[in-house]
Design a protein around this ligand. Structure first.
Ligand code: NAD
Length: 304
């Protein structure tokens, strides 16, 4: 992704408007740009006789949120010229039905990209199913072989949220090599892959979790701070180094005094924006970039 500023800039340099508040890392705008780039690549592949196709498996409630997401995904694919095949299985399917379908998709030469919508039916272990997706087609980067390949620098099919976070940090123009990056949250699918991608850029990476002692002392030293704990308001202004790049992955639905619900991140946005150099909002930050990144991964898988 094109950097907006010189690649040698530090977070502090990049914040030339220091005092005026953080610059926004606009996930919606970055996602729109990424979708345009992806659509161009799809058009070129299609011209060369290589259709771009994503096969997704859905075995959840056909009226539930996973089904809505799967249908929206179909519409998003259509806009970019990506063929979308949704394999709908019953929400009472057993492991062998789901595993059998994933194995067929993995072996089918016409299928170049696979994803499995969660949740899976009760009693079906998602990890076991994800292990069956052939790594070259695993566009969500959930097969454990892919995270290993990421460590070795041999795959770009990393979990989409981690790729989204990296692209958002890179969009600020901050040079990652040697920078101190603190990641708050260390789950297998979000925090750990972010740490691995930052390590691949030779950043100095500190991974924090709910047992980390004196978290503010670590976050205050961070040139790049990634909040991915799922704890609303965890990152307050006094925990942020002036001029730092702050990316908020957290997505929580919290009740408002009027009874409505609002989506919020882990970062106290209004206070932290006075201190940080760059800050991503929630909503409109990592979320839309994650969705766009999955579609980029589809094209990456086809081009292999
Ligand atoms: P998780 O519950 O699996 O992991 C949370 C991690 O945060 C754990 O490592 C835990 O130890 C750590 N943690 C919890 N409280 C902490 C604290 N007080 N201090 C330090 N560390 C703490 O969650 P997850 O699946 O990794 O998701 C994290 C957040 O990211 C959630 O809000 C989730 O909704 C959001 N998310 C957003 C996107 C997106 O596209 N925007 C994608 C995935 C997840």
């Amino acid at each position: 992704m094109r950097a907006l500023y010189s690649s040698r800039m530090t977070p502090q340099d990049a914040n030339s408007g220091a005092g005026a508040g953080a610059r926004l890392i606009d996930g919606k705008a970055l996602a729109a740009k990424l979708r345009r780039e992806t659509a161009d690549r799809v058009a070129k592949l299609t011209e060369r006789g290589r259709p771009v196709r994503l096969d997704a498996l859905l075995a959840a409630d056909p009226d539930g949120p996973a089904a809505v997401y799967a249908e929206n995904q179909g519409a998003a694919c259509a806009k970019l010229g990506i063929e979308y095949h949704l394999h709908r299985l019953s929400p009472t399917s057993e492991y062998r039905d789901i595993a059998g379908r994933v194995l067929l998709m993995s072996r089918d030469e016409d299928v170049s990209a696979i994803m499995v919508h969660l949740p899976l039916p009760d009693g079906v272990d998602s990890y076991s199913v994800q292990c069956l997706i052939t790594p070259e087609k695993d566009v969500e980067g959930v097969n454990p072989a892919n995270i290993g390949n990421i460590v070795y620098g041999r795959s770009s099919l990393a979990p989409c949220t981690a790729l989204a976070v990296l692209a958002m940090i890179e969009s600020t123009g901050v040079e990652l090599q040697g920078r101190r990056c603190v990641i708050v949250g260390a789950s297998d699918i979000v925090g750990k892959p972010i740490a691995v991608l930052l390590m691949r850029h030779e950043a100095t990476v500190i991974s924090c979790n709910k047992h980390t002692e004196n978290l503010p002392a670590l976050t205050r030293e961070a040139d790049v701070l990634v909040a991915a704990a799922g704890v609303p308001g965890l990152i307050t202004a006094d925990m942020v180094k002036p001029g730092a790049v702050v990316v908020d992955v957290g997505t929580s639905r919290v009740a408002q005094p009027d009874g409505s619900r609002r989506t919020v991140g882990d970062v106290d946005f209004d206070q932290v924006r006075k201190i940080a150099g760059w800050l991503s909002p929630v909503p409109g930050g990592v979320g839309p970039m994650t969705v766009a990144m999955l579609l980029r991964n589809v094209v990456d898988a086809v081009e292999r």
